[in-house]
Design a protein around this ligand. Structure first.
Ligand code: GDP
Ligand code: IMO
Ligand code: MG
Length: 428
């Protein structure tokens, strides 16, 4: 048995796609277990850049099984356009499986997402407008449409009629939009149904058979711990469970079948969308991080908010997901800084504060306690061995390990597969 979960430890965009792609070389299956097309995972292979939203990041390896499990909010339109894009780029997209239990993102979900955000005004969450929250909301109030429903024309017709009547009432009366036409949605989705049918299956049985047969499986988290619906900075979060526990309900895999967890940690910190961000830097360092790191959203193109690495957040992620190893990414973005700061604790009303506050008003007032590290002022992208990293970089990494109490497993020094330093050889 060999199953590894990859989770984001901050507010997303840590470089999960790169790490999944790197580890996928040894994996036989890669599984998305939550989130949907709100994710944007970048993978660089052979000098080409691929931006994946729904497709598991193992897709670039021939023969790997790429599984979209039941916990994913599945948007067939995005899936099909991604599939076409990959085919055009010459990628062999043979082994894709979509769970028959996944919930389908419908056009009214994206419309509701946008309307609800507009309605919230200055209190908006800053969602990606992909309809992810409204899709999970329908699942939870039991008015969702699943992939298996879409596979049965009569069932789909009836369900769509009932749900769309209600949604149209809300969209017309409350949000003053024109609503959607039943026949149009029906025709479009029946078209999608035929195109996705070859990929739809019972992924739970398939995946558990694979696990029991000892195949190597990677579970690819989307979003991150601080965006988790329960553990993040609620309500400024996404609507699913990116933490490793999300795998058990999102893919139908029992907790005792998870072997290892790798937490992806960006060497500094970013957030896109609204909500608390204790180490946010609105000054020149924050700007320099954004510009050097080209920190603009993969899905929405929005400038990402930037700041120094918050080890308290990573420690929290480690506890919640049982992280065995950290994969620290984008260390090269810090190459040109004279000084690098690391948040090693919080203070609240003049006293030390342990843990991550649930209350937004406490979060707004906590003060990060920083330690300052000397920068290495040299390019590290060509380094492939930990020993060869500058002493200053090693000191920074060591302190992150100490404060978070998590071992360093991988250091990424560039977006390419090759630009990776492996420290832990037992991840798979
Ligand atoms: P994800 O959502 O966690 O998969 O991350 P994104 O793909 O949204 O953003 C991470 C960005 O950093 C992508 O453009 C990656 O190609 C890039 N990247 C990943 N690791 C590294 C690294 O070590 N150095 C640099 N310079 N870029 C990296
Ligand atoms: P990856 O997988 C960064 C953020 C949105 C918003 C909040 C809720 O690429 O790391 P949603 O559309 O999910 O309802 O938006 O979550 N968000 C992300 N931020 N990376 C992501 O994915 C994100 N997915 C959602 O910006 O603040
Ligand atoms: Mg991303």
């Amino acid at each position: 048995m060999s199953t590894v979960v990859i989770v984001g430890t901050q507010w997303g965009d840590e470089g999960k796609g790169k790490i999944v792609d790197y580890l996928a070389e040894k994996a036989e299956s890669v599984v998305r277990y939550q989130g949907g097309s709100n994710a944007g995972h970048t993978v660089m292979s052979g000098g080409k850049e691929y931006k994946l939203r729904l497709m598991p990041s193992g897709i670039l390896y021939k023969g790997t099984h790429n599984i979209i499990a039941n916990g994913v909010a599945f948007n067939p339109k995005v899936f099909l356009s991604e599939l076409e894009g990959l085919k055009k780029a010459g990628v062999d997209v043979g082994n894709i499986m979509i769970s028959d239990r996944a919930h389908v993102v419908m056009p009214y979900h994206a419309m509701m997402d946008e309307c609800m955000e507009l309605h919230k005004g200055k209190n908006k969450i800053g969602t990606t407008h992909n309809g992810i929250g409204p899709c999970y909301m329908d699942r939870d109030i039991r008015t969702g449409i699943r992939v298996c429903d879409l596979m049965e024309e009569d069932v789909f017709k009836k369900k769509l009629k009932t749900v769309l009547d209600t949604k149209n009432n809300v969209m017309k009366l409350l949000y003053k939009t024109d609503g959607l036409n039943y026949e149009d949605v029906l025709e479009t989705y029946l078209g999608y149904a035929e195109r996705i049918r070859p990929y739809v299956c019972d992924t739970i049985t398939l995946l558990n058979d694979e696990i029991n047969a000892g195949r190597r499986i990677l579970f690819e988290g989307a979003q991150a711990t601080m965006l988790d619906i329960d553990y993040g900075t609620y309500p400024y979060v996404t609507a699913s469970h990116p933490v490793s526990g999300g795998v058990t309900v999102g893919a139908g895999v029992a907790p005792k079948k998870i072997d290892k967890v790798v937490g992806v940690v960006k060497a500094y910190c970013t957030r896109v969308g609204e909500g608390p961000f204790p180490t946010e830097d609105l000054g020149k360092d924050g700007n320099k991080l954004r510009e050097t790191g080209h920190e603009y959203g993969t899905v929405t193109g929005r400038p990402r908010r930037t700041g120094w690495l918050d080890a308290c957040v990573v420690k929290y992620a480690g506890i919640l997901s049982g992280i065995d190893y950290m994969a620290i990414t984008r260390l090269d973005i810090l190459d040109d800084f004279d000084e690098i700061k690391l948040c090693v604790g919080y203070e609240y009303k003049g006293k030390k504060y342990e843990g991550i506050p649930a209350s937004l008003s406490v979060l707004a007032e906590i003060k990060p306690v920083y330690e300052t590290f000397k920068g290495w002022k040299t390019s590290i992208s060509k380094i492939r061995k930990y020993e060869d990293l500058p002493e200053e970089a090693k000191a920074y990494l060591k302190r992150i390990e100490e404060v978070t109490n998590i071992k360093l497993g991988i250091v990424s020094v560039g977006p390419d597969r090759e630009e990776t330093i492996i420290i832990a050889n037992d991840i798979f």
